[in-house]
Design a protein around this ligand. Structure first.
Ligand code: SAM
Length: 197
């Protein structure tokens, strides 16, 4: 708790009106790799409480589209279309595809994380599965040159996931933004320039 209260990113998030400190992870990656630009269609998976969606909506400034998906309810954000449900459910995916109406996506973001049980043998496969879902969705819906940012936990299945991403994107980097806690095995795969296969 003290760590949370004293955290520089928590303080900055409050003063900037962001819903969570997670915004600084995306902001750092965006500053380095120029991921979000006006006019884009962006799908934000595991979006609640909504800081990444807020960030993207502010940058799009009314030009483009943000669709936010989460298991949990999320208070509305101007300029963001919110869908509540499990991204692993066919029904949710069908609804999301209906919203896209055949239009390609420019950027897929996934900050999805399972509820952590503390048992690595349970948590790691769940986390990898969520990242795989995001990669598959990106493969089906990104246009040529599209980008993906996905949270992944280092451990079993991590190297395979990165190799899979390398087959589909021209550039794949693994990054740990400053706002990601040192003790967490969380890193982000930043995959750019999707090659339509
Ligand atoms: N990026 C968010 C932000 O900026 O506020 C924080 C995301 S939080 C770390 C991870 C989210 O992933 C949780 O809200 C959780 O409900 C969501 N999540 C986990 N599994 C999911 C699934 N199968 N489908 C949709 N959302 C999921």
């Amino acid at each position: 708790m003290d760590e949370h209260v004293d955290d520089e990113f928590v303080r900055k998030a409050r003063s900037g009106g962001w819903r969570s400190r997670a915004v600084f992870k995306l902001a750092e990656l965006d500053e380095k790799y120029r991921l979000v630009r006006p006019g884009m269609t962006v799908v934000d998976l595991g979006a609640a409480p909504g800081a990444w969606s807020q960030y993207v909506a502010r940058k799009l400034d009314g030009r483009g589209r943000v669709i936010a998906v989460d298991l949990l309810p999320m208070t509305g954000i101007p300029g963001v279309e919110v869908m509540q449900g499990d991204f692993g459910d066919d029904e949710l995916l069908t609804g999301l595809e209906a919203l896209l109406d055949g239009n390609q996506v420019d950027l897929v973001l996934s900050d999805m994380a399972p509820n952590i049980s503390g048992v690595a043998a349970v948590d790691q496969p769940r986390a990898i599965h969520l990242a795989e879902l995001a990669l598959d969705f990106a493969g089906q819906h990104l246009g040529p040159g599209g980008n993906l940012v996905a949270k992944v936990f280092q451990g079993e299945g991590f190297d395979d996931l990165v190799s899979e991403a390398r087959k589909r994107f021209a550039t794949v980097r693994v990054r740990k933004p400053r706002a990601s806690r040192d003790r967490s095995r969380e890193v982000y795969v930043v995959a750019q320039n999707y090659r339509v296969m």
